[in-house]
Write a new protein. Structure first.
Length: 683
């Protein structure tokens, strides 16, 4: 029985939140009516984040984080032969990327086998969501303007963040590039062009403009076009073996971003960002029953604008406020599926309004508390028959405390969510009230400050999507949220620089996850009508290991080497289930990556390797559902030089060097060997 059902506790808890909110939301009260610690002699204002970030030859490593974190930033991203964010996150341990093939195929992330809907995606501190189906297509986010990608198991290791950051089981943070201007220079321009296999044509322009000493402007535009034609091998156990060309995998997409950043004062800063994405693509479909041709099409349009304001009113009080509006449109056309009105032509319209305010108060040198409250409205409209037109009002609150001593960091949070579902037609909406605790710690057991152990316990949930609840003939408005419980114990170690081995970092984590009330689809009256139900239960045990080294070799040669490995047992433990004890679909027991880079003067040679072990495509672990392991090798050569005082970078890439034919998702074949040429000029 969940604690949220205890009325007395909810009343006390709500009263406490209201009291703290009144105190924290008034800067005057925060400064005058609460005890303010004495100012230190040091004139530098303390930063609200407790985590320590070490910059090691462009490699970031957060050694004090109580939550496991993996980061790709700066030159690391340039070494991975990656076109989008989805390509880059394949190198994180504990991650499965579902890739449906080609440049335009859907790409979603699954972290530690909890499902894609349990990973929240943040872009410059604001969530990127999809209330309709809970999936975020990471293939839509280009690396052209991305400075860093951070993946946290649990949540970001800072209590000074919006409430949404606390509620997801895992969080993925995308951080765009911050403008840097040299002396007497107010404008930076970067133009780039990528071309190669599958008819790829991908130009982009990045402009950074200093408007004043405190304000800068950044705009980034990109166009991607590809025909998506690539060879693949199709085999059947009955002896059928052929090589064909993938059809209907074309894509044409435009992305545009505009942002303003202003340092209002020594303690205050603000930002405003607008994002627009528009695409049309073919959906190549699954290769089943010798059907190689598909004609389904999809159109997507995504727009959002968000503003952020942060201020330190005193040494004791900090405020962060965010507001966002997003508008999404998607259209799916299937000429092969006939309805009474003709071909199936579904259109969906999503709107979201989101606001957040975070208050941080420093009680003394070692103790901070924070209150984050979020409010959002999500609506979904469609041209479907008997569509209910749902509206979701979400109220999130996170009361957090952080205690920091010389060797020990402890964070604790109480999360409370109230979701109000209102449906216009045909069905009855249902409200949800959920309470979740979080506890994490990081400890330095030895005198060596570069060695720490960490642990966390977290309860979280994910709401059923609009499709789960209200999709015509399928949805179930009585669905309960999926609940996850996470346990993690790990260690981090950083080796100090040496003559030959410049730096070395090591991370290892063992974890146990459990998913209750998992939402699954069950057939009802016939195979064309399904019912969504809370039945499933999943148990996940795993080990993640990450190792990074940087060597300095003779003749000005530098070697950068990274290794990651994941061992994972993810079992279906649904009581009396027919597949009790079986590994859940598409989760390999063994997977790993290797990244390496050799730098010599103006030249760079990069090599990366990805391995994914055997899996099963369905819940039953029987031979007919067996999916073979796969691996890929990618290689690139880059020449980085200056011509006429302009920095020019030229790169040549070979992806899937061994020309292996494989499926990430069964019957959705991936490309064989392919090539890309890159040219970038900085003015």
């Amino acid at each position: 029985m969940h604690l949220c059902k205890l009325r007395l506790y909810r009343l006390l808890h709500g009263g406490l939140l209201l009291f703290v909110w009144i105190i924290f939301s008034n800067p005057v009260l925060a400064q005058n009516n609460l005890p303010v610690p004495k100012k230190e002699s040091d004139s530098l204002k303390p930063h609200p984040l407790s985590e320590v970030i070490l910059y090691l030859n462009k490699r970031e490593f957060k050694i004090e984080s109580p939550m496991p974190v993996q980061i790709l930033s700066g030159k690391q991203l340039e070494k991975l032969n990656s076109l989008s964010v989805a390509d880059a996150i394949r190198y994180f341990s504990g991650v499965q990327l579902k890739d449906y093939g080609g440049i335009g195929g859907l790409k979603t992330i699954n972290v530690r086998s909890l499902g894609s809907a349990h990973t929240a995606v943040f872009y410059d501190g604001m969530t990127v969501g999809n209330a309709q189906n809970g999936q975020v297509d990471l293939g839509k986010y280009s690396l052209d303007n991305i400075e860093a990608i951070e993946l946290y198991n649990g949540q970001k290791s800072s209590i000074f963040q919006p409430a949404r950051g606390f509620f997801a089981s895992n969080t993925l943070f995308l951080r765009s590039k911050t403008p840097e201007f040299k002396k007497d220079k107010n404008t930076n321009v970067r133009t780039a062009l990528k071309t190669g296999s599958f008819g790829l044509f991908n130009p982009s322009v990045l402009l950074e403009q200093k408007l004043s000493q405190k304000t800068s402007f950044t705009t980034s535009v990109e166009w991607t076009k590809a025909d998506g034609h690539y060879k693949y091998r199709y085999q059947k156990k009955a002896g059928y073996d052929t090589t064909a060309v993938r059809q209907n995998g074309d894509v044409a997409a435009f992305r545009g971003e505009i942002s303003f950043n202003s340092k209002i004062s020594e303690t205050a800063k603000a930002s405003l960002k607008a994002y627009f994405y528009n695409s049309e693509r073919g959906l190549p479909g699954a290769i089943v029953a010798n059907n190689y041709d598909h004609i389904q099409r999809q159109w997507d349009s995504n727009f959002f604008i968000h503003g952020s304001y942060q201020n330190s009113f005193s040494d004791a009080y900090d405020l962060l406020a965010n507001v966002k509006f997003s508008k999404d449109f998607s259209r799916y056309l299937d000429p092969d599926y006939k309805t009474l009105e003709g071909a199936l032509d579904n259109k969906y319209y999503q709107n979201e309004f989101y606001a957040s305010i975070v208050n941080l108060y420093k009680i003394n040198k070692w103790w901070k508390i924070a209150l984050a409250t979020d409010f959002s409205i999500n609506t979904l409209e469609a041209n479907l028959y008997r569509f209910p037109y749902p509206t979701r009002y979400s109220y999130l609150g996170a009361l957090s405390s952080e205690m920091h001593w010389n060797r020990l960091d402890i964070q604790a949070s109480l999360l409370d969510a109230y979701v109000d579902e209102q449906v216009k037609y045909y069905q009855q909406g249902k409200n949800q009230n959920v309470f979740c605790p979080v506890l994490s710690a990081s400890y330095q057991p030895l005198e060596n400050k570069n060695f720490r152990v960490r642990a966390f316990y977290k309860e979280s949930f994910r709401m059923p999507t609009f499709n789960d609840l209200y999709y015509t003939f399928i949805g179930n408005s009585s669905l309960k949220p999926e609940f996850t419980t996470q346990y993690n114990f790990g260690t981090t170690y950083l080796l100090e620089p040496r003559k030959f081995l410049q730096t070395a970092s090591f991370q290892a984590d063992v974890y146990y996850n459990r998913v209750k009330d998992k939402i699954i689809a069950m057939p009802s009256s016939n195979l064309f009508r399904w019912t969504m139900m809370n039945l499933g239960e999943v148990e996940i045990k795993g080990l993640d290991i990450n190792f990074n080294m940087i060597f300095k070799l003779p003749a000005e040669i530098a070697l950068d080497l990274g290794l990651s490995y994941t061992y994972q047992i993810a079992r279906d433990i649904t009581p009396k289930g027919s597949t009790y004890g079986d590994q859940i679909p598409y989760i390999p027991k063994n997977s790993g990556t290797l990244t390496s880079s050799i730098n010599w003067k103006k030249w760079q040679l990069n090599y990366s390797f990805i391995y994914t072990g055997e899996r099963y495509s369905q819940k039953a672990n029987i031979p007919v559902n067996y999916v073979q392991p796969w691996y890929t090798s990618d290689m690139a050569v880059i020449w980085d030089t200056r011509i006429l005082k302009k920095r020019i970078k030229i790169g040549a890439e070979v992806n899937n060097l061994m020309n292996q034919y494989y499926d990430v998702v069964l019957n959705f074949p991936m490309p064989g060997r392919n090539y890309r040429l890159n040219l970038a000029i900085n003015f």
